[in-house]
Design a protein around this ligand. Structure first.
Ligand SMILES: Nc1ncnc2c1ncn2[C@@H]1O[C@H](COP(=O)(O)OP(=O)(O)O)[C@@H](O)[C@H]1O
Ligand SMILES: [Mg+2]
Length: 236
């Protein structure tokens, strides 16, 4: 049984349908990419999973239909969302943001050791642990958003364009840290990206969306060599 399975998912804003049949699945311990141009429906797919937008079709997490649940109920099941634009809390410090991420947990010792782990994973955050979120650079905010989501100890991490607006070197180091997090924690991931090279550095397989439909999917190694993927997403 996959950890997460979407079948023929549809969604609309007002009366405009923007998801028109999305199917994908994330195996337990796996990382799956969602590629697609601007406006393809990547963010809406994540919002359908987290219950922020109402969806049709089937969305199953650990075999249970989670369609129609509220966002807080979805989070409580073990799905953490790192939204587009990061959503860190600017008036809290880095350490406070990490504690907020752990708000549903009771294991004080585990929380403390996971905060240490996050600061080890992102040394730039360690240097700025008492700084307010609003004073962080874009890259540091992205690191904090990922770390804060991890602090919930989720089974599944949803990442929305973690590279957006970052300098290439910064984006690469954010992805390297997420890869390390994946290897060391075994956490499953659904990784939305426009930058296929970065996504391919992290995921085992990927799905390509075009105007609200999943049109292609396969293992990373296969997609990497396909002409249409190279032209559209790999700059060549
Ligand atoms: N809040 C919204 N209200 C109306 N239309 C929206 C809203 N958010 C996104 N859309 C539209 O839905 C489509 C899919 O958007 P989105 O899921 O954000 O795509 P992506 O993340 O792949 O860029 C686009 O045509 C976009 O303009
Ligand atoms: Mg988006």
């Amino acid at each position: 049984m996959p950890l997460l399975e979407l079948q023929d998912v549809t969604a609309s804003y007002a009366s405009v349908q923007v998801l028109d049949g999305i199917s994908l699945s994330v195996p337990e311990g796996g990382a799956v990419g969602v590629l697609g141009a601007n406006g393809a429906g990547k963010t809406t797919t994540l919002r359908a999973i987290t219950g922020v937008v109402r969806a049709g079709g089937s969305i199953r997490f650990l075999g249970r239909d989670i369609r129609g649940l509220r966002p807080d109920q979805v989070a409580a099941l073990g799905i953490a969302h790192v939204p587009e634009g990061r959503g860190t809390l600017g008036d809290l410090t880095v350490r406070e943001n990490l504690k907020v991420g752990a708000y549903l947990r009771k294991d004080r010792a585990g929380i403390a050791s996971d905060i240490d782990y996050c600061l080890d994973l992102f040394p730039q955050l360690k240097e700025r642990v008492s700084a307010n979120g609003s004073t962080l650079s874009g890259g540091e905010q992205q690191m904090l958003a990922v770390a804060r989501a991890f602090m919930a100890k989720p089974k599944l991490l949803l990442l929305d364009e973690a590279s957006l607006g970052l300098a290439p070197g910064t984006a690469k180091s954010v992805y390297q840290a997420i890869k390390r997090l994946r290897v060391e924690s075994g956490i499953s991931m659904l990784v939305v990206e426009q930058n296929a090279n970065l996504a391919f550095s992290l995921v085992d397989e990927a799905v390509v969306l075009e105007t609200g439909r999943s049109v292609l999917s396969g293992p990373t190694e296969e997609l990497r060599t396909m002409d249409e993927i190279r032209r559209a997403y790999l700059g060549g």
